[in-house]
Design a protein around this ligand. Sequence first.
Ligand code: PLP
Length: 387
Amino acid sequence: MKIQELDKTYIAGTYGRFPVTLVSGKGSRVQDENGKEYTDLGSGIAVTSFGIADDAWIKAVTQQLQTLQHTSNLYYTEPCAHLAQMLCEKSGMKKVFFGNSGAEANECAIKVARKYAAEKKGSENNVIITLKNSFHGRTLTTLAATGQDHYHELFQPLTPGFAHAEPNDLSDMERLLDTLPVAGILLECIQGEGGVKVMDDAYLQGVEKLARERDVLLMIDEVQTGNGRTGDFYAYMHAGLHPDVVSTAKGLGGGLPIGACLIGEKAQNVLGPGDHGSTFGGNPAVCAGAVSIVSRVTDELLEQVRTKGEMILETLKTAPGVREVTGRGLMIGILPEKKSAGEVVKTCMGHGVLCLTAKDRVRLLPALNIPEDLLKEALQVLVKALA
Ligand SMILES: *Cc1c(COP(=O)(O)O)cnc(C)c1O
């Protein structure tokens, strides 16, 4: 059987895949089974931070694979400890828990907030406030956190104890904080799956103040925005926030599964022996790859991410057929005026450029090191497709 038939026969029908089978790539170029080449503006949904088959990452991962590929969390390993140190030094957080996905990173964050509140104020203070139009994952708990009803409908009952505030509306957040027994607030600074919707810095600062006043943990979901994607190491840094918990995943591992829950000073001792765990979490080969990624997300690279992002915004804002462009750094959403986002993505694909959608937007999440000439070339294809 052909690959696509085989997949349709045997893979659970959860994905609406594009009719393309990808076989190989290098950097921001990728090839399908027919030898057709594409410029990749999606990075496997913000995952392959330094592109496909990145040499330094391959070297780090394979060296570790050939030395010790797994130990379980009953033993210490160097890459796991080293990565945690790097993440804490970059963020000012104090402790790290490693899992294997964004949803798991958020599950850990939610557990931290609930235990913190239970110990300090009593276990009835268990509500987590998230935002409408958010996305936090697919487990039954992170689905409950996700503020989009259409994900919930046929999977009831979801984990109780979640409430959803209007994004960018401080008074709605204050209303929920004043009426519910709240343990924590979990939000994305830029809603990715929700259509690249940017929260105002003033709103985020206001939420932080409300959380502080009430001793409610502020948790930032950096699963998509994190690890350099938006031009800051974490997107919350743009607003100068000091969150209590940060979850991250996608771009951290450069293509291997990893999730991390970073815990700040206030809650650093909340998780104790037996409170949480993961068989694969902190895997040494995955962490060695992540160390290679994080060590290269330097101030200089972040500057380049910001410059490229501004170039994309400038190019698209004045392009015909564009109603709105949102986002920051290399996380961009485009609302087409005349066509659906799906149509635009399909046209681009025909012309050798891979883009994503998010709700009614075309979404761009290119590799952080995409060469400028390649990016400009791909943007011209996108501009034509939008017109
Ligand atoms: C993708 C995503 C998740 C879920 O990550 P998985 O690795 O698919 O579990 C959670 N939060 C945000 C903001 C995401 O973009």
